[in-house]
Design a binder for this molecule. Structure first.
Ligand code: ASP
Ligand code: MG
Length: 406
Protein backbone atom coordinates (compact mmCIF):
# COMPACT_ATOMS: atom_id res chain seq x y z
CA UNK A 1 0.00 0.00 0.00
CA UNK A 2 1.15 3.50 -0.52
CA UNK A 3 1.14 6.16 -3.17
CA UNK A 4 1.57 4.91 -6.72
CA UNK A 5 2.15 6.96 -9.84
CA UNK A 6 0.87 5.13 -12.92
CA UNK A 7 1.65 6.39 -16.39
CA UNK A 8 -0.32 5.11 -19.37
CA UNK A 9 1.17 5.59 -22.84
CA UNK A 10 -0.49 6.37 -26.16
CA UNK A 11 -1.38 2.78 -27.06
CA UNK A 12 -2.78 2.06 -23.60
CA UNK A 13 -5.24 4.95 -24.02
CA UNK A 14 -5.60 4.33 -27.77
CA UNK A 15 -9.40 4.17 -27.82
CA UNK A 16 -12.33 4.78 -25.52
CA UNK A 17 -12.54 1.07 -24.88
CA UNK A 18 -8.89 1.02 -23.81
CA UNK A 19 -9.36 4.10 -21.64
CA UNK A 20 -12.14 2.19 -19.89
CA UNK A 21 -9.79 -0.71 -19.34
CA UNK A 22 -7.22 1.68 -17.85
CA UNK A 23 -9.94 3.07 -15.59
CA UNK A 24 -10.72 -0.44 -14.31
CA UNK A 25 -7.04 -1.02 -13.62
CA UNK A 26 -6.73 2.27 -11.73
CA UNK A 27 -9.90 1.50 -9.79
CA UNK A 28 -8.46 -1.90 -8.83
CA UNK A 29 -5.27 -0.26 -7.50
CA UNK A 30 -7.43 2.13 -5.50
CA UNK A 31 -9.57 -0.72 -4.18
CA UNK A 32 -6.38 -2.51 -3.10
CA UNK A 33 -5.74 0.41 -0.78
CA UNK A 34 -3.32 2.54 -2.78
CA UNK A 35 -3.50 6.24 -3.42
CA UNK A 36 -3.03 6.77 -7.13
CA UNK A 37 -1.82 9.60 -9.33
CA UNK A 38 -2.25 8.78 -13.01
CA UNK A 39 -0.28 10.43 -15.79
CA UNK A 40 -1.56 9.99 -19.32
CA UNK A 41 -0.15 10.43 -22.81
CA UNK A 42 -2.21 11.59 -25.74
CA UNK A 43 -4.17 8.93 -27.60
CA UNK A 44 -1.66 7.10 -29.84
CA UNK A 45 -0.88 9.01 -33.04
CA UNK A 46 -2.57 12.18 -31.83
CA UNK A 47 0.63 14.12 -31.11
CA UNK A 48 1.91 13.36 -34.61
CA UNK A 49 -1.42 14.42 -36.10
CA UNK A 50 -1.36 17.73 -34.23
CA UNK A 51 2.26 18.43 -35.15
CA UNK A 52 1.41 17.85 -38.80
CA UNK A 53 -1.64 20.09 -38.57
CA UNK A 54 0.46 22.89 -37.06
CA UNK A 55 3.05 22.59 -39.82
CA UNK A 56 0.34 22.68 -42.46
CA UNK A 57 -1.01 25.87 -40.95
CA UNK A 58 2.31 27.62 -41.61
CA UNK A 59 3.29 26.41 -45.07
CA UNK A 60 5.80 29.21 -45.54
CA UNK A 61 7.86 28.91 -42.38
CA UNK A 62 8.48 27.15 -39.09
CA UNK A 63 5.32 27.58 -37.02
CA UNK A 64 5.57 29.50 -33.76
CA UNK A 65 6.97 27.12 -31.15
CA UNK A 66 4.84 28.70 -28.45
CA UNK A 67 1.66 28.00 -30.39
CA UNK A 68 2.82 24.49 -31.28
CA UNK A 69 3.05 23.77 -27.54
CA UNK A 70 -0.48 25.08 -27.03
CA UNK A 71 -1.60 22.86 -29.89
CA UNK A 72 0.11 19.56 -29.03
CA UNK A 73 -0.62 19.78 -25.32
CA UNK A 74 -4.31 19.37 -26.13
CA UNK A 75 -3.69 15.68 -26.90
CA UNK A 76 -3.03 14.93 -23.23
CA UNK A 77 -5.89 17.16 -22.15
CA UNK A 78 -8.32 14.94 -24.06
CA UNK A 79 -7.07 11.66 -22.60
CA UNK A 80 -6.89 13.04 -19.03
CA UNK A 81 -10.47 14.28 -19.26
CA UNK A 82 -11.78 11.04 -20.78
CA UNK A 83 -10.07 8.86 -18.17
CA UNK A 84 -11.34 11.05 -15.38
CA UNK A 85 -14.90 10.86 -16.77
CA UNK A 86 -14.63 7.04 -16.96
CA UNK A 87 -13.30 6.74 -13.41
CA UNK A 88 -16.05 8.91 -11.96
CA UNK A 89 -18.62 6.96 -13.93
CA UNK A 90 -17.31 3.73 -12.38
CA UNK A 91 -17.63 5.21 -8.92
CA UNK A 92 -13.94 5.99 -8.40
CA UNK A 93 -13.71 9.73 -7.68
CA UNK A 94 -11.15 11.35 -9.95
CA UNK A 95 -10.04 14.79 -11.02
CA UNK A 96 -8.12 15.72 -14.14
CA UNK A 97 -5.30 18.25 -13.99
CA UNK A 98 -3.41 20.01 -16.71
CA UNK A 99 0.27 20.77 -16.25
CA UNK A 100 -0.37 24.24 -14.88
CA UNK A 101 -3.01 22.97 -12.45
CA UNK A 102 -0.58 20.38 -11.09
CA UNK A 103 1.96 23.24 -10.91
CA UNK A 104 4.52 21.59 -13.12
CA UNK A 105 6.97 24.47 -13.58
CA UNK A 106 9.36 24.25 -16.50
CA UNK A 107 12.40 26.04 -17.84
CA UNK A 108 14.06 26.05 -21.24
CA UNK A 109 12.74 26.41 -24.76
CA UNK A 110 9.29 25.59 -26.09
CA UNK A 111 8.88 22.00 -27.37
CA UNK A 112 11.80 20.80 -25.28
CA UNK A 113 11.30 22.34 -21.87
CA UNK A 114 12.59 20.69 -18.70
CA UNK A 115 10.76 20.34 -15.40
CA UNK A 116 12.25 22.71 -12.85
CA UNK A 117 9.92 21.98 -9.96
CA UNK A 118 6.54 20.58 -9.06
CA UNK A 119 4.68 22.27 -6.30
CA UNK A 120 2.91 19.24 -4.89
CA UNK A 121 0.16 20.85 -2.82
CA UNK A 122 -2.57 20.61 -5.48
CA UNK A 123 -1.80 16.96 -6.03
CA UNK A 124 -1.70 16.37 -2.28
CA UNK A 125 -5.08 18.09 -1.85
CA UNK A 126 -6.63 15.85 -4.47
CA UNK A 127 -5.23 12.70 -2.88
CA UNK A 128 -6.31 13.86 0.58
CA UNK A 129 -9.83 14.34 -0.77
CA UNK A 130 -9.82 10.65 -1.72
CA UNK A 131 -9.66 11.36 -5.44
CA UNK A 132 -7.45 9.93 -8.13
CA UNK A 133 -5.44 12.74 -9.71
CA UNK A 134 -5.32 12.29 -13.48
CA UNK A 135 -2.50 14.47 -14.76
CA UNK A 136 -1.94 15.38 -18.40
CA UNK A 137 1.61 14.25 -19.19
CA UNK A 138 4.18 15.98 -21.41
CA UNK A 139 3.17 19.53 -20.46
CA UNK A 140 4.03 22.23 -17.98
CA UNK A 141 4.08 25.97 -17.59
CA UNK A 142 6.99 28.40 -17.80
CA UNK A 143 7.64 31.34 -15.45
CA UNK A 144 5.63 33.63 -17.76
CA UNK A 145 2.63 31.34 -17.66
CA UNK A 146 3.06 29.90 -21.15
CA UNK A 147 2.18 26.28 -21.82
CA UNK A 148 5.30 24.25 -22.58
CA UNK A 149 5.97 20.64 -23.60
CA UNK A 150 8.79 18.33 -22.60
CA UNK A 151 9.92 16.77 -25.88
CA UNK A 152 8.69 13.56 -27.49
CA UNK A 153 8.02 10.84 -24.96
CA UNK A 154 7.87 13.49 -22.22
CA UNK A 155 4.98 11.94 -20.32
CA UNK A 156 7.43 9.43 -18.87
CA UNK A 157 9.34 12.31 -17.35
CA UNK A 158 6.15 13.93 -16.04
CA UNK A 159 5.34 10.66 -14.26
CA UNK A 160 8.78 10.14 -12.74
CA UNK A 161 9.06 13.78 -11.66
CA UNK A 162 5.65 13.60 -9.97
CA UNK A 163 6.67 10.33 -8.28
CA UNK A 164 9.79 12.08 -6.97
CA UNK A 165 7.91 15.18 -5.82
CA UNK A 166 5.10 13.22 -4.16
CA UNK A 167 7.49 10.63 -2.70
CA UNK A 168 5.56 7.81 -4.32
CA UNK A 169 6.49 4.20 -3.57
CA UNK A 170 7.03 3.55 -7.28
CA UNK A 171 6.37 4.89 -10.73
CA UNK A 172 4.63 2.35 -12.94
CA UNK A 173 5.01 2.94 -16.68
CA UNK A 174 2.26 1.06 -18.50
CA UNK A 175 3.04 0.46 -22.12
CA UNK A 176 2.41 -1.92 -25.02
CA UNK A 177 5.46 -4.08 -24.30
CA UNK A 178 5.99 -6.39 -21.31
CA UNK A 179 9.15 -4.70 -20.16
CA UNK A 180 12.77 -4.23 -21.18
CA UNK A 181 14.27 -7.12 -23.13
CA UNK A 182 17.84 -8.39 -23.57
CA UNK A 183 17.41 -7.53 -27.29
CA UNK A 184 14.59 -6.61 -29.63
CA UNK A 185 12.40 -9.76 -29.64
CA UNK A 186 11.65 -9.13 -33.33
CA UNK A 187 15.33 -9.65 -34.02
CA UNK A 188 16.13 -12.26 -31.35
CA UNK A 189 13.13 -14.53 -30.83
CA UNK A 190 14.79 -15.95 -27.70
CA UNK A 191 15.29 -12.51 -26.08
CA UNK A 192 14.44 -12.49 -22.36
CA UNK A 193 12.52 -9.99 -20.31
CA UNK A 194 14.93 -8.41 -17.83
CA UNK A 195 13.42 -8.44 -14.37
CA UNK A 196 15.69 -5.78 -12.82
CA UNK A 197 18.04 -3.35 -14.48
CA UNK A 198 20.04 -0.44 -13.09
CA UNK A 199 19.40 3.21 -13.93
CA UNK A 200 22.86 3.39 -15.51
CA UNK A 201 22.21 0.50 -17.86
CA UNK A 202 18.76 1.81 -18.72
CA UNK A 203 20.22 5.22 -19.51
CA UNK A 204 22.68 3.65 -21.95
CA UNK A 205 19.95 1.56 -23.55
CA UNK A 206 17.62 4.57 -23.86
CA UNK A 207 20.32 6.70 -25.44
CA UNK A 208 21.08 3.83 -27.84
CA UNK A 209 17.56 4.05 -29.15
CA UNK A 210 15.53 1.72 -26.89
CA UNK A 211 12.23 3.60 -26.93
CA UNK A 212 10.56 2.28 -23.78
CA UNK A 213 11.49 5.28 -21.63
CA UNK A 214 12.39 8.87 -22.39
CA UNK A 215 16.08 9.33 -21.45
CA UNK A 216 15.29 12.29 -19.28
CA UNK A 217 12.85 10.25 -17.19
CA UNK A 218 15.61 7.78 -16.32
CA UNK A 219 17.92 10.66 -15.34
CA UNK A 220 15.26 12.05 -13.01
CA UNK A 221 14.54 8.61 -11.56
CA UNK A 222 18.23 8.06 -10.89
CA UNK A 223 18.66 11.46 -9.29
CA UNK A 224 15.73 11.01 -6.92
CA UNK A 225 15.97 7.21 -6.53
CA UNK A 226 12.46 6.60 -7.87
CA UNK A 227 11.92 2.89 -8.64
CA UNK A 228 10.38 2.56 -12.13
CA UNK A 229 8.31 -0.46 -13.09
CA UNK A 230 7.90 -0.79 -16.87
CA UNK A 231 5.02 -3.17 -17.58
CA UNK A 232 2.27 -4.04 -20.01
CA UNK A 233 -1.11 -2.40 -19.63
CA UNK A 234 -2.66 -5.47 -21.26
CA UNK A 235 -1.32 -8.06 -18.77
CA UNK A 236 -1.03 -8.47 -15.03
CA UNK A 237 2.54 -9.86 -15.13
CA UNK A 238 5.44 -8.05 -13.55
CA UNK A 239 7.55 -6.20 -16.10
CA UNK A 240 11.02 -4.74 -15.64
CA UNK A 241 12.10 -2.80 -12.55
CA UNK A 242 14.57 0.00 -13.18
CA UNK A 243 16.32 0.61 -9.89
CA UNK A 244 19.53 1.72 -8.19
CA UNK A 245 22.61 -0.39 -8.60
CA UNK A 246 22.53 -1.52 -5.00
CA UNK A 247 19.13 -3.10 -5.51
CA UNK A 248 19.63 -4.55 -8.98
CA UNK A 249 20.23 -8.15 -8.23
CA UNK A 250 21.21 -9.73 -11.49
CA UNK A 251 24.93 -9.18 -11.74
CA UNK A 252 25.41 -10.07 -15.36
CA UNK A 253 28.31 -8.94 -17.50
CA UNK A 254 26.13 -7.94 -20.42
CA UNK A 255 22.51 -6.99 -19.79
CA UNK A 256 21.43 -6.26 -23.33
CA UNK A 257 22.33 -5.86 -27.00
CA UNK A 258 20.93 -3.09 -29.17
CA UNK A 259 21.35 -1.62 -32.59
CA UNK A 260 20.77 1.96 -33.58
CA UNK A 261 20.08 2.77 -37.22
CA UNK A 262 19.81 6.47 -36.61
CA UNK A 263 23.54 7.02 -36.99
CA UNK A 264 25.43 8.45 -39.97
CA UNK A 265 29.15 8.41 -40.62
CA UNK A 266 30.85 11.60 -41.80
CA UNK A 267 34.46 11.50 -42.96
CA UNK A 268 36.56 14.59 -43.62
CA UNK A 269 39.43 13.68 -45.96
CA UNK A 270 42.96 15.02 -45.62
CA UNK A 271 42.58 17.53 -42.84
CA UNK A 272 45.78 19.43 -42.04
CA UNK A 273 47.20 17.73 -38.95
CA UNK A 274 47.87 20.66 -36.65
CA UNK A 275 46.72 21.79 -33.20
CA UNK A 276 43.24 23.31 -33.23
CA UNK A 277 41.93 21.53 -36.32
CA UNK A 278 39.68 19.12 -34.46
CA UNK A 279 38.35 21.89 -32.25
CA UNK A 280 37.79 23.89 -35.44
CA UNK A 281 35.51 21.18 -36.81
CA UNK A 282 33.54 20.37 -33.69
CA UNK A 283 32.98 23.87 -32.31
CA UNK A 284 30.72 24.99 -35.18
CA UNK A 285 28.80 21.70 -34.92
CA UNK A 286 28.29 22.23 -31.19
CA UNK A 287 27.18 25.80 -31.84
CA UNK A 288 24.34 24.34 -33.93
CA UNK A 289 23.49 21.86 -31.13
CA UNK A 290 24.59 18.93 -33.28
CA UNK A 291 25.85 16.16 -31.03
CA UNK A 292 28.64 14.00 -32.24
CA UNK A 293 28.87 10.45 -31.00
CA UNK A 294 31.80 8.36 -32.27
CA UNK A 295 35.04 10.08 -33.34
CA UNK A 296 38.09 8.59 -35.00
CA UNK A 297 41.19 10.45 -36.06
CA UNK A 298 43.52 8.40 -38.19
CA UNK A 299 47.29 8.35 -37.97
CA UNK A 300 48.56 11.24 -40.02
CA UNK A 301 50.54 10.73 -43.16
CA UNK A 302 52.47 13.56 -44.69
CA UNK A 303 50.90 16.15 -42.45
CA UNK A 304 47.26 15.35 -43.17
CA UNK A 305 44.79 13.01 -41.60
CA UNK A 306 41.26 11.66 -42.11
CA UNK A 307 38.74 12.45 -39.43
CA UNK A 308 35.58 10.37 -39.06
CA UNK A 309 32.65 11.02 -36.77
CA UNK A 310 29.00 10.04 -36.47
CA UNK A 311 25.92 12.22 -36.01
CA UNK A 312 22.22 11.44 -35.63
CA UNK A 313 20.27 11.05 -38.87
CA UNK A 314 18.37 14.30 -38.51
CA UNK A 315 21.59 16.31 -38.20
CA UNK A 316 23.36 14.96 -41.28
CA UNK A 317 22.42 17.69 -43.74
CA UNK A 318 23.33 20.47 -41.34
CA UNK A 319 26.61 18.82 -40.32
CA UNK A 320 27.61 18.25 -43.94
CA UNK A 321 26.90 21.85 -44.84
CA UNK A 322 28.94 23.19 -41.93
CA UNK A 323 31.94 21.01 -42.62
CA UNK A 324 31.82 21.67 -46.36
CA UNK A 325 31.95 25.36 -45.68
CA UNK A 326 35.14 24.82 -43.68
CA UNK A 327 37.07 22.67 -46.13
CA UNK A 328 39.43 25.43 -47.32
CA UNK A 329 40.14 26.49 -43.75
CA UNK A 330 40.95 22.90 -42.79
CA UNK A 331 43.01 22.36 -45.88
CA UNK A 332 40.78 19.32 -46.38
CA UNK A 333 39.74 17.67 -49.63
CA UNK A 334 36.23 16.36 -49.21
CA UNK A 335 33.40 15.38 -46.90
CA UNK A 336 32.00 11.90 -47.39
CA UNK A 337 28.67 10.95 -45.85
CA UNK A 338 27.79 7.29 -45.32
CA UNK A 339 24.26 6.58 -44.12
CA UNK A 340 24.56 2.87 -44.66
CA UNK A 341 25.80 2.15 -41.14
CA UNK A 342 24.36 0.97 -37.86
CA UNK A 343 25.74 1.09 -34.34
CA UNK A 344 25.58 -2.20 -32.46
CA UNK A 345 26.14 -2.02 -28.71
CA UNK A 346 26.42 -4.24 -25.69
CA UNK A 347 25.55 -2.76 -22.29
CA UNK A 348 26.16 -4.10 -18.81
CA UNK A 349 27.38 -3.03 -15.39
CA UNK A 350 29.50 -6.15 -15.13
CA UNK A 351 31.91 -4.78 -17.73
CA UNK A 352 33.44 -2.64 -15.04
CA UNK A 353 34.87 -5.67 -13.33
CA UNK A 354 35.37 -8.07 -16.24
CA UNK A 355 38.25 -7.85 -18.67
CA UNK A 356 37.93 -9.03 -22.25
CA UNK A 357 34.32 -8.09 -22.91
CA UNK A 358 35.20 -5.77 -25.80
CA UNK A 359 37.66 -8.30 -27.21
CA UNK A 360 34.93 -10.93 -27.18
CA UNK A 361 32.54 -8.59 -29.01
CA UNK A 362 35.16 -7.92 -31.73
CA UNK A 363 35.84 -11.65 -32.10
CA UNK A 364 32.12 -12.44 -32.45
CA UNK A 365 31.75 -9.83 -35.21
CA UNK A 366 34.92 -11.09 -36.92
CA UNK A 367 33.60 -14.63 -36.94
CA UNK A 368 30.53 -13.37 -38.79
CA UNK A 369 32.88 -11.61 -41.26
CA UNK A 370 31.53 -8.22 -40.19
CA UNK A 371 33.95 -5.32 -40.51
CA UNK A 372 34.10 -2.77 -37.69
CA UNK A 373 34.26 0.83 -38.92
CA UNK A 374 34.37 2.70 -35.61
CA UNK A 375 34.31 1.87 -31.91
CA UNK A 376 33.31 3.73 -28.78
CA UNK A 377 33.20 2.56 -25.22
CA UNK A 378 32.03 3.77 -21.86
CA UNK A 379 32.49 2.09 -18.51
CA UNK A 380 29.41 -0.05 -19.14
CA UNK A 381 29.06 -0.08 -22.93
CA UNK A 382 30.91 -1.07 -26.09
CA UNK A 383 29.57 0.15 -29.45
CA UNK A 384 30.73 -0.81 -32.93
CA UNK A 385 29.73 0.88 -36.16
CA UNK A 386 29.12 -1.66 -38.92
CA UNK A 387 27.52 -1.88 -42.35
CA UNK A 388 23.74 -1.59 -41.98
CA UNK A 389 22.88 -4.86 -43.67
CA UNK A 390 24.64 -6.81 -40.89
CA UNK A 391 22.67 -5.23 -38.03
CA UNK A 392 20.40 -8.16 -37.23
CA UNK A 393 23.08 -10.77 -37.76
CA UNK A 394 25.37 -8.89 -35.37
CA UNK A 395 22.71 -8.49 -32.68
CA UNK A 396 21.80 -12.19 -32.86
CA UNK A 397 25.41 -13.34 -32.78
CA UNK A 398 26.23 -11.13 -29.78
CA UNK A 399 23.04 -12.10 -27.96
CA UNK A 400 24.02 -15.78 -28.33
CA UNK A 401 27.69 -15.28 -27.54
CA UNK A 402 26.92 -13.50 -24.27
CA UNK A 403 24.32 -16.14 -23.40
CA UNK A 404 21.44 -13.74 -23.08
CA UNK A 405 18.73 -15.89 -24.63
CA UNK A 406 16.25 -18.18 -22.98
N1 ASP B 1 2.25 12.55 -26.50
C1 ASP B 1 3.64 12.90 -26.43
C2 ASP B 1 4.40 12.19 -27.53
O1 ASP B 1 3.84 11.49 -28.33
C3 ASP B 1 4.22 12.63 -25.09
C4 ASP B 1 4.24 11.17 -24.67
O2 ASP B 1 3.46 10.38 -25.17
O3 ASP B 1 5.00 10.82 -23.79
O4 ASP B 1 5.58 12.35 -27.64
MG1 MG C 1 6.63 6.67 -24.75
Amino acid sequence: MGLLVQKYGGTSVGSLERIMRVARRVAASRAAGNDVIVVVSAIGGETDRLLELGREAAPGAEPSQREMDVLVSTGEQVSAALLSICLNDMGTPARSMMGHQARIMTEGPHTKARIRSIEGSKLAETIAAGQVAVVAGFQGIDPDGNITTLGRGGSDTTAVAIAAAARATACEIYTDVDGVYTADPNVCPNAKKISRISYEEMLELASLGAKVLQIRSVEVAMKYAVPIHVRSSFKEDEGTWVVGEETSLESVVVAGVTSDKNETKVTVRSVTDAPGMVAGIFEPLAAESISVDMIIQNVSEEGTTDLTFTVKGGDVAAAKKIVEGMLPELGAKAVIVDEDVVKVSIVGLGMRSHAGVAAKMFRVLAEERINIQAITTSEIKVSCLIEAKYAELAVRALHDAFDLGT
